[in-house]
Design a protein around this ligand. Structure first.
Ligand SMILES: C[S@@+](CC[C@H](N)C(=O)[O-])C[C@H]1O[C@@H](n2cnc3c(N)ncnc32)[C@H](O)[C@@H]1O
Length: 141
């Protein structure tokens, strides 16, 4: 988000940039789905620390939402977010990735592009794609 914020500022853009995180670290991983390198609570960072680092007070177009995706992505303010041009999913765990994709494209599994939040020529970047891909191939097989 810091990089995106700096690019925006250099270009004089004021697009909304949203960040969603539990700020309590990763939820429990699913045995047999997620690799053992990840553990519950890993990456926990206090909201206030991130808020300060990202200088939210002087960047009104930068928004952070605290909570578990299964709750935060189905309620406001997330539910009211308009078309998304770029999304970076960096949530490591398979279930968290699926929850994020479901938010971006509710009809993802049938026809990508229908009933989707993505606009124009959207970009979705998924970090940690290897285990995610393994999980996805198991449901799309
Ligand atoms: C590898 S960290 C990346 C954090 C951030 N993108 C960064 O680069 O600093 C993964 C993040 O995903 C968050 N996360 C994973 N699953 C989540 C879920 N279901 N709900 C909310 N946050 C989740 C964790 O809290 C953690 O901060």
């Amino acid at each position: 988000m810091q990089v995106l914020a700096e690019i925006q500022e250099r270009r004089g853009w004021r697009r909304e940039i949203w960040g969603f995180d539990s700020f309590a670290g990763l939820p429990a991983r699913q045995a047999g789905v997620d690799p053992t390198i990840w553990s519950e609570g890993q990456y926990a960072t206090p909201f206030e620390e991130v808020q300060l680092r990202l200088q939210l007070n002087s960047r009104p177009w930068l928004r952070l939402v605290k909570g578990w995706f299964q709750e935060s992505l189905i309620a406001d303010p997330a539910a009211s977010i308009g078309p998304v041009a770029y999304a970076r999913i960096d949530s490591d765990l398979y279930a968290s990735c699926v929850e994020s994709l479901a938010f971006l494209a509710p009809s993802w599994s049938s026809t990508f592009g229908r009933s989707t939040r993505m606009s124009g020529s959207p970009v979705i970047l998924v970090s940690g794609w290897r285990p995610i891909l393994a999980g996805l191939s198991s449901i799309w097989a």
